[in-house]
Design a protein around this ligand. Structure first.
Ligand code: DOR
Length: 448
C-alpha cells in the first residue's frame, strides 16, 4: 500500500446521485454514499459534502466492486505480456476490486513462496486485491500433487487450485487433489480438456474449421473432461468449479450435476457468450482462445445457462499476449485474449440489451457469486453497499456508448478482437478499500 493510498483512505468521499445495486434489493432510486476512513458510513438522499471529496455518479449505478475469478497476470516470469502493476491498472479500469490469478506463471504458483510473492506484489501496487490460485500439481505437469496445504495456510490464503491451461490428465491424481481439497475447505477449478482429442487443434471442430483448413478441437474434448470431473466430485464430495464453459453439452452436464445437489459451480467468459466460430473467417489470431469459440448453438446454450442460473459466474480469462505472439501464422499464435477492460461493456451490450437477463442478474455473477465461491469475506470484501461495510465500489454508466480501442487499454497487451466494436456500458470510478483507484475513467495517480 503506497503513501498516497493511505492519504486517500483518510479522505472522506461522497459519491453523489447514483443508483445503488445490492444483490438483495436490486437497483434503488438516486442516493448519495458517504465513505469515511474506508467504511461506508451513510447512504441517503441529498447528503451535504462538507469536507468530503465528491465523486459524481449522475446517471450511474453504484455496485459492489467487481470480482474476477480467472485472470492471467503473467508475473512472475512473463512480465513483457503483463505484470501485476499493469494487470491491476487494467482491472480497476474494468471496475474490478479483486482478481484471482491463474498459476501458469514461470515459475508456476505451485508453492507458498510464489503464492505470497503474487499476493504481496498486489498489496504493493495497492489498486485492487490480487489473489493467487495455486497449482494442483507440482510444476503444473500433472505428476505429483503440489503442497496445497502450505499454499492454503500461507499469507495468500489460497482457496482455489487449478492447473489452468493444462488438464490434470491422471484421474487418480485428480481424485486425490479433490479428496485433499475437501479436507481443507478448498476448491478445485478445472480446465477440462481431454488433450488427446485436441492435439494441434486451432479452433472449434466443425463447418468453419473445415472451411478455413484449420485443425479442429472437438467439443467432446471439453465434455469428456467435464464428465470425468463431475464423477470425481460426486465420489469425493469435493467442491468443483468448471472454468470457461464453452459447449452446449457442458452446460447440460453441469445443469444435471447441480440438480443432483453436487457442489459444482462454473463460469462463462464474455468471449464465449458473445462470439461464435464463424468470426474466425477473419483469421484474426486474437480470436484464438482455449477452449475455442464454438458454434452458434453452443453460444445459445451458454446464454440459456447464464439465464437459468446453471452458469454462476462471469469471468474474463484475461490472457494477455504480446504483439509478436499474435501477429503470426494462425497455428503459431498463442491462445488467449485480454478481457478485463471490455467485460462490463459486453455484459451490457450482449446480455442486458438483448434481454438475456437483467443488469441485476449480470451484476450478481460479477460480484456476489464469485465472492461467495472464493470466500472473499476472508479478505474483508462484502458484496454489499450498506452502512458499516468496507468501501469496495464500482460506479458505472450502463448507457454510455463507446468504441473499443485496444491501444487505450491499461493492460500491457492489446490482444482483443473487439477493437472497433461500438458497445454500451463504461466503468467511471472504482473505489478499493476506501481509496479512489479509478476516477473519471482514469487510473488514479494514487496507485500509478
Ligand atoms: O486461451 C487461453 N489462454 N486459455 C487458457 O487456458 C490459458 C490462457 C493463457 O494463459 O494464455
Amino acid at each position: 500500500m503506497n503513501a498516497n493510498n493511505l492519504n486517500m483512505r483518510d479522505r472522506n468521499i461522497l459519491i453523489k446521485k447514483g443508483r445503488i445495486y445490492t444483490p438483495e434489493e436490486g437497483i434503488s432510486s438516486e442516493r448519495d454514499v458517504l465513505i469515511q476512513e474506508g467504511i461506508i458510513r451513510r447512504i441517503d438522499k441529498g447528503i451535504k459534502p462538507g469536507k468530503a471529496y465528491v465523486l459524481d455518479a449522475q446517471d450511474c449505478i453504484i455496485s459492489p466492486g467487481f470480482v474476477d475469478m480467472h485472470v492471467h497476470f503473467r508475473e512472475p516470469g512473463m512480465e513483457y505480456k503483463e505484470d501485476i502493476g499493469s494487470g491491476s491498472c487494467a482491472a480497476v479500469s474494468g471496475g474490478y476490486v479483486a482478481v484471482f490469478c491463474m498459476p501458469n506463471t514461470d515459475p508456476p504458483i505451485d508453492n507458498a513462496s510464489v503464492a505470497e510473492y503474487v499476493y504481496d506484489r498486489g498489496v504493493d501496487e495497492g489498486l485492487c486485491m490480487v489473489l493467487p490460485h495455486g497449482a494442483i500439481t507440482q510444476g503444473r505437469i500433472g505428476k505429483a500433487l503440489a503442497p496445497m496445504g502450505e499454499m492454503g495456510s500461507c499469507r495468500a490464503m489460497v482457496r482455489g487450485f487449478s492447473d489452468d491451461g493444462s488438464t490434470v490428465t491422471d484421474s487418480e491424481i485428480m481424485r486425490r487433489a479433490m479428496e485433499y481439497a475437501k479436507t481443507m475447505d478448498s476448491l478445485i477449478i478445472s480446465h477440462c480438456e481431454d488433450v488427446s482429442l485436441n492435439a494441434g487443434g486451432q479452433m472449434n471442430e466443425g463447418f468453419y474449421s473445415t472451411l478455413l483448413g484449420l485443425r479442429g478441437i472437438p467439443p467432446e474434448a471439453e465434455e469428456i473432461g467435464v464428465f470425468r470431473d463431475i464423477c470425481l466430485a460426486e465420489k469425493t464430495d469435493a467442491e468443483l468449479h468448471v472454468a470457461h464453459v464453452s459447449t452446449a453439452k457442458t452446460v447440460k452436464l453441469l445443469r444435471e450435476a447441480k440438480k443432483r445437489g453436487l457442489k459444482v459451480t462454473c463460469e462463462a467468459t464474455p468471449h464465449h457468450f458473445t462470439l461464435d466460430d464463424s468470426y474466425l473467417v477473419s483469421y484474426d489470431t486474437n480470436l484464438k482462445v482455449n477452449p475455442p469459440l464454438r458454434s452458434r448453438a453452443d453460444v445459445e446454450a451458454i446464454l440459456a445457462g447464464l439465464s437459468d442460473g446453471t452458469i454462476d459466474v462471469i469471468s474474463t480469462d484475461h490472457a494477455p499476449h504480446a504483439l509478436h505472439e499474435k501477429e503470426t501464422e494462425f497455428d503459431r499464435a498463442e491462445f488467449g485474449m485480454v478481457g478485463l477492460e471490455t467485460c462490463l461493456a459486453l455484459v451490457v451490450t450482449v446480455l442486458v440489451e438483448n434481454g438475456v437477463f437483467s443488469l441485476e442478474q449480470a451484476l450478481e455473477k460479477m460480484t456476489l457469486a464469485p465472492s461467495r465461491i472464493m470466500r472473499l469475506e476472508r479478505f474483508g470484501y462484502k458484496p454489499e453497499i450498506t452502512e458499516g461495510t468496507p468501501a469496495n465500489i464500482t460506479v458505472f454508466n450502463s448507457d454510455l456508448e463507446w468504441v473499443v480501442d485496444p491501444l487505450r487499454f491499461r493492460s500491457r497487451s492489446k490482444n482483443s478482437p473487439f477493437g472497433g466494436w461500438k458497445v454500451k456500458g463504461k466503468v467511471i470510478h472504482t473505489i478499493f478499500n476506501g481509496s479512489i483507484v479509478l476516477e473519471d475513467m482514469q487510473v488514479s495517480p494514487a496507485g500509478d
